[in-house]
Design a protein around this ligand. Structure first.
Ligand SMILES: Cc1ncc(COP(=O)(O)O)c(C=O)c1O
Ligand SMILES: [Zn+2]
Length: 428
């Protein structure tokens, strides 16, 4: 019995597994699991029983769901740190900011290289190894390159990353360099880098590890599997996710579809995909009920991870939004940075793009789409240390067009006790 097949999302043609990302018709490919195989081989009980295992592969929050993320991978193929097993956080500051009682944050910044990208990367890199590839490449707003560089170097493959010149956060660039990637800076934006990496991979036989690669999406499904397992296989009402290239949105819809088909869940949570107003093609498409994505030529946002004008996975993502009866929303950079300040001041912390989820939750609550009593999960996609410049400049009031609503400036004093007392408002 075939455990899964690879199919074109546009014409439905089947493809054999290999280094291929698009169908002859130009459509994206996706992994289609064999539900009969899964029904016979997996259950919530099986995945629960693996929770106590700490060693690879099942100690990983991705490979715990092995049959659902890569049923062909042998133990010898798997490249894992391990990843996943990320925590859920609740905090009264976040509840009162969003006016949602039951809101929690799933912190994907706790993954080995500090972002959710490790979940897709472990599966994509394992596939690269299985196929015997020697070089891997990606275009990146930063986190994918950090993740790919680490996993490729672990596996002994050569990582090549294409990044937009001067547009990626320092934490991420430093990771890519340190993990040993060949970093190629493109004189252009992310969308230019994305086109060039596709052309170069095809021409030069390099394995492409962007989320156009169907195995990346398979790995990212594990965020949803793990989340629902953390809720004892009961769905929340909403899952809110920052949306850039739309890999996560696509993966979440696919994961929920598969869990529903397998009888793991009854209710399907609604997915809300949140874009930055300066990089909002998916939101525009949704708001205008358009049939095609209206690409944004010059995307602009402080949240560099989602500064994408022409996301590749929009068709898969729209399917996910429709399947879950979800929606798409946009938030301003001001809303993103204020939400980030709240997440940070709760001791949880995140990079700017991640805070789009909480900013989106607040906005959707204000608009009445989310009820005060709804159970809401916001996905925090990256670690606070990824973009220290954005954080510091917010608190020092140095960001253009953004007010430091919750700024926390350091104070400079003379080195004596009296000055300390003055700062702490202690009299005498
Ligand atoms: C921190 C962070 N948040 C959100 C996103 C957007 O995710 P997606 O491209 O899956 O929509 C990215 C992608 O680079 C990211 O790094
Ligand atoms: Zn096709």
């Amino acid at each position: 019995m075939e455990k899964a097949t690879i199919q074109c999302i546009d014409c439905g043609r089947a493809h054999s597994p290999g280094a291929l990302y698009r169908c002859e018709c130009g459509g994206l490919l996706e992994v289609v699991p064999n539900m009969e195989y899964l029904r016979e081989n997996v259950s919530c009980g099986l995945f629960d029983s693996r929770l106590r295992l700490r060693n690879p592969p099942y100690g990983s929050g991705v490979w715990r769901f092995r049959e659902l993320v890569h049923p062909f991978a042998g133990d010898e193929d798997i490249v894992s740190r391990p990843e996943g097993n990320t925590n859920l956080y609740r905090h009264k500051k976040v509840s009162s900011y969003t006016v949602i009682d039951d809101i929690c944050l799933k912190h994907e910044g706790e993954n080995p290289t500090g972002s959710f990208k490790d979940r897709g990367m472990t599966v994509g890199m394992s596939e690269a190894k299985r196929l015997g590839m020697k070089q891997v490449a990606c275009a990146s707003t930063g986190n994918t390159s950090a993740s790919m560089a680490a996993y490729a170097s672990m596996a002994g493959l050569k990582p090549i990353v294409f990044i937009p010149d001067g547009e990626i956060a320092f934490g991420k660039l430093s990771q890519a360099l340190a993990y040993g990637a060949q970093v190629i800076q493109i004189k252009g934006n992310f969308d230019d880098a994305m086109s060039l990496v596709q052309e170069s991979s095809n021409a030069l036989g390099i394995y492409l590890l962007n989320s156009i690669n169907p195995w990346r999406v398979e790995g990212q499904k594990s965020i949803m599997f793990e989340l629902i397992q953390q809720f004892s296989w009961e769905s929340p009402d909403w899952v809110i996710v920052p949306a850039g290239n739309l890999g996560n949105t696509s993966a979440f819809g696919k994961a929920l579809f598969e869990m529903k088909e397998l009888g793991f869940i009854e209710k399907i949570p609604k997915i809300a995909a949140i874009q930055a107003t300066g990089a909002n093609p998916f939101y525009s498409m949704w708001a205008k009920k358009a049939g095609e994505l209206p690409a944004v030529q010059h995307p602009k946002t402080i949240a560099t991870a989602i500064k994408i004008g022409n996301p590749v996975s929009w068709k898969k993502a729209m399917k996910a939004i429709k399947y879950t009866k979800g929606l798409v929303e946009e938030v301003t950079d001001q809303e993103i940075m204020d939400a980030k300040a709240m997440i940070d001041a709760s001791g949880i912390g995140c990079e700017p793009a991640s805070a789009a989820s909480v900013a989106g939750a607040k906005k959707l609550r204000e608009k009445g789409a989310i009820d005060k009593k709804d159970r809401v999960v916001c996905i925090i996609t990256g670690n606070i240390l990824k973009d220290p410049d954005a954080t510091i400049n917010y608190h020092l009031g140095r960001l253009e067009h953004i007010k430091s609503t919750y700024g926390n400036k350091p104070v400079v004093i003379e080195p004596n006790l009296g000055s300390v007392k003055k700062v702490l408002s202690i009299s005498s």
